[in-house]
Design a protein around this ligand. Structure first.
Ligand SMILES: [Zn+2]
Length: 80
């Protein structure tokens, strides 16, 4: 079992934060990704990565888990 690094994706607006993070990842390392999105009121809102981002990230084979905030503002996890 290897310990992964953690990357944070911060998504505010139209940019897909997951993709920005993917570009920063180093080869041969495993990562857990946290994706957060804030509303105009600075509250956590639903931030599950879109299907396209998920499949792109999956193809990298460097991510174990993606954490995102659900409709209740709590973290949920997606296992790749
Ligand atoms: Zn996306």
């Amino acid at each position: 079992m290897s310990t992964g690094k953690t990357q944070y994706g911060f998504n505010r607006g139209t940019v897909h934060a997951e993709m920005t993070v993917a570009r920063k990842m180093r080869r041969n390392k495993t990562y857990d990704l946290y994706v957060c999105r804030l509303s105009a009121k600075d509250e956590f809102v639903y931030s599950k990565p879109c299907d396209r981002c998920v499949s792109t990230l999956k193809n990298l084979r460097q991510l174990r888990y993606i954490y995102y905030t659900n409709y209740d503002g709590e973290f949920a996890v997606l296992s790749l």
